[in-house]
Each structure stands twice: as structure tokens, then as C-alpha cells.
Design a protein around this ligand. Structure first.
Ligand code: SAH
Ligand code: SF4
Length: 385
């Protein structure tokens, strides 16, 4: 057990002392739960292990059912703590079986989580924020702007509730990808905390090889993720020149492609591991064979694979999906040069559950930083006829 009290535990102890809202138990690693119960409730530290197991192994969310705890302690927990911070709000199943689960937070913010079934390896795509601040012009979530970060408990609970609702029929969840709403590395503290909870062998016990964090390229946080975790990394590359990438992704103005690649060359990986480069193919923007060649030039010395994603349309976007022939030729160019490349099958489009389709921006105009860049693109489109 760690002896120094974590910041999260200190904050929870204050919360308990001042009788504020109940403490979210999914916010804590097992070691922190031990600390919390020792310091906050005068219980032995193994209570931390017991509650952790109830939550993540026995899938129990009612304190009354946690029968190896004393009745008294169960009563205290009932009053001062809670298990699930998210309230299930609905499931929307696409024709292909992809299911978007929506949850409500205390402040009525909506969290979206996508369950993607596949023979033998179901994947859960989880959100790290409500909305996103990064302003990528092709992404629906960007139009919401950032509402707020999710807490570690809200991130973990997406997995716990999806497991409860989806796995009886579909089998277990093998992979977790941080590819839902939000930029995970813009909320890196809570994402790392959630990862540590997901990995615990005495709880959910996910393998570090089966958790992938996808980022638009926040370089300092990539370095930190590499130092503090050993999960898999995916980078949304999406363009091969700084000019085009900056037009699509404002983050590129802050950290250029070169700075990004430098950080990736330093990223600690075991010999069999690969970084995934995600590349959303957008008609007339980044879909030429010169782009394909530049992908090779940029990523050739980084152990990596390329994941091509056909652009998923959404309301009022000026962007379009390239033709099947263009995407086929792009992929074949890479295949012919021995690049590990695969095309992500488009899933869940009819329920707005596909990549880049999450969120509810409503009819409001997009935030100014997104609008400005889109206007530039639209005017060029008009000029090109
Ligand atoms: N914010 C993180 C993770 C969430 S986005 C990131 O950007 O990496 C997950 C993936 O969806 C990213 O690779 C992003 O480039 C892609 N994406 C965003 N909008 C899309 C769209 N309209 N069509 C297809 N893919 C999209
Ligand atoms: Fe945010 Fe990722 Fe969408 Fe960019 S693509 S706006 S980083 S969610």
C-alpha cells in the first residue's frame, strides 16, 4: 500500500468531513481505496480490496449486497459514497450491431460510449471529455466546443456499465479505445488514473496491449503518457504537410508534424509494439498518392501501422468521402510498398456512432476557431469550382 496520501484521497477526505456530495468510489485505484477507508472510515485497509472486487469483479453496485462488509460500514458507505456516477440514458443500435450507449452525468451532461461487436473481440470506444476543445474542422464533436473534462470515475463507469449491459449477449469486451468524445491527452490526469484502474489485476484486469489512447498530437502529454503508462498509442495524423494539417487540425499550429514525430520516435515501446497512425481520408484534401508517399516518408522509421478511416459525413460539413476507387488506390499504394495498412470498416453511421460523429452540437454555429477554418476551406472549394 502506498503510504503518501494521494491528492484524490485528500480531496475525498475533505469532502467526507464537510458532508458534501457523496464520494465517487470509481475515482480511486485500489491502493487509494485502501487509504480512503483507513483514514476516512477507520476501517482496515483490506476493505479497499473488498470493495474494489465488488465493483469490478462481482459487478455489484448496491452497497447492501456487499455482504462481506459489516452492516455498519455498508450503512456508512450508503450515506457518504456512491458507486456509479453515470445514469444510463439509452442504447441506440445500428444495423451493423454497433451500439451507442448514452449516459447522463449529475450536471445533465451527456456521455457517449460506443460498443463495437466483432467475432471474438468486441471493442468499447470511450469518451474522455464532454465535447472537445481541439477544433478539428472535419469532426462533429469539435462543433460542441469543450463542455468539461470527465472525471476518472465517469471514464471507468462507461466500461463498467457497458460490460453490464452488452456482454451477456455479445461476449466480453476485449479492447478499450479512447476514441470517443474528447481529446484524452487534454484530460491526461484523469485518463491516466482511469487506465490504472482498468489495468488492475484484482479488478477489471484489462491487458495494457488492449487499451489504446488516440490523440490529435499533444506532444508534452504524449511524453507523459509514455512515462506513466504502457498502453498503446494511436495518433490522428490526417495530413502529410504542415499546411494541410494545420488547416484540418489547429493543434498542428502548436506542435508541428516534425515535433510530433520526434516525440513518437522517443515513445517507449517493446519490440513487437506499433504506433497506429489514423488517417481520415477526405476527398480532395489529403487523398492523393503523393500523400500516400509522404505517409511513408514521415512514418518509415517509426514502428507503426496505418489505419485509414473513410471520412464520416455529418450535418453541415463541407467535406466529403473520397470515391471507393481513390481510397482503394491509396491503400494499394501503401500495400505495394510493404506498409502495414488497414482500412477501418465504417460502422454505426446510421446512428451517428461512427468516428467523428459523436456529440450533440445542436443547431448552434460552431465555435469561432472551427468556423474560421471551415470558411477558409469553403471559399477554396468555391474557387476550385
Ligand atoms: N480526440 C482523439 C480521439 C477521438 S477522435 C483524436 O482525435 O485522436 C477518434 C478518431 O476519429 C480520430 O482519429 C479522428 O481523426 C477521427 N475522426 C474525427 N472526425 C471524423 C470523421 N468525420 N470521419 C472519420 N473519422 C473522424
Ligand atoms: Fe477532438 Fe479528436 Fe474531434 Fe479533433 S478529432 S476535435 S481532437 S475529438
Amino acid at each position: 500500500m502506498t503510504t503518501s496520501e494521494s491528492k484524490r484521497v485528500a480531496e475525498a477526505l475533505r469532502q467526507i468531513g464537510e458532508e458534501e456530495t457523496p464520494v465517487d468510489l470509481m475515482e480511486f485505484t485500489r491502493e487509494e481505496l485502501q487509504q480512503l477507508f483507513v483514514k476516512g472510515f477507520d476501517e482496515p485497509s483490506f476493505r479497499g480490496d473488498q470493495v474494489f472486487q465488488w465493483l469490478y469483479v462481482h459487478r455489484e453496485d448496491e452497497f447492501a449486497q456487499m455482504t462481506n462488509l459489516s452492516k455498519n460500514f455498508r450503512g456508512v458507505l450508503q450515506e457518504k459514497a456512491r458507486t456509479s456516477p453515470l445514469e444510463f440514458d439509452g442504447a441506440h443500435e445500428s444495423k451493423d450491431g454497433t451500439t451507442k450507449l448514452t449516459f447522463k452525468c449529475d450536471d445533465n451532461a451527456v456521455v457517449e460510449t460506443v460498443f463495437i461487436p466483432a467475432e471474438g473481440r468486441n471493442t468499447l470506444c470511450i469518451s474522455s471529455q464532454v465535447g472537445c476543445a481541439m477544433g478539428c474542422t472535419f469532426c462533429y464533436t469539435a462543433k460542441m466546443g469543450l463542455k468539461r473534462n470527465l472525471t476518472a470515475a465517469e471514464i471507468v463507469d462507461q466500461v463498467v456499465q457497458a460490460r453490464r449491459r452488452m456482454t451477456e449477449v455479445n461476449g466480453h469486451i476485449g479492447n478499450i479505445v479512447f476514441m470517443g468524445m474528447g481529446e484524452p491527452l487534454h484530460n491526461v490526469d484523469n485518463v491516466i488514473q482511469a487506465i490504472n484502474i482498468l489495468l488492475d489485476e484484482n479488478g477489471l484486469n484489462f491487458s495494457r496491449r488492449k487499451i489504446t489512447v488516440s490523440t490529435s498530437g499533444m506532444v508534452p502529454a504524449i511524453r507523459r503518457l509514455g512515462e506513466e503508462t504502457d498502453v498503446q498509442l494511436a495518433i490522428s495524423l490526417n495530413a502529410t504537410t504542415d499546411e494541410t494539417r494545420s488547416e484540418l487540425m489547429p493543434v498542428n499550429d502548436r506542435w508541428s508534424i516534425e515535433e510530433l514525430m520526434d516525440a513518437l520516435r522517443d515513445y517507449p515501446m517493446s519490440s513487437r509494439e506499433r504506433i497506429t497512425f489514423e488517417y481520415v481520408l477526405i476527398k480532395g484534401v489529403n487523398d492523393t498518392l503523393q500523400d500516400a508517399q509522404r505517409i511513408i516518408d514521415l512514418t518509415g522509421d517509426i514502428p507503426s501501422k496505418i489505419n485509414l478511416i473513410p471520412f464520416n459525413p455529418h450535418p453541415r460539413t463541407p467535406f466529403e468521402t473520397p470515391s471507393e476507387e481513390t481510397m482503394e488506390a491509396f491503400q494499394q499504394y501503401l500495400v505495394d510498398r510493404n506498409v502495414g495498412v488497414y482500412r477501418r470498416r465504417t460502422r454505426g453511421r446510421d446512428e451517428m456512432a461512427a468516428c467523428g460523429q459523436l456529440g450533440k452540437p445542436g443547431d448552434k454555429a460552431e465555435p469561432p476557431h472551427v468556423r474560421k477554418r471551415l470558411e477558409k476551406f469553403r471559399s477554396r472549394q468555391v474557387a476550385n469550382g
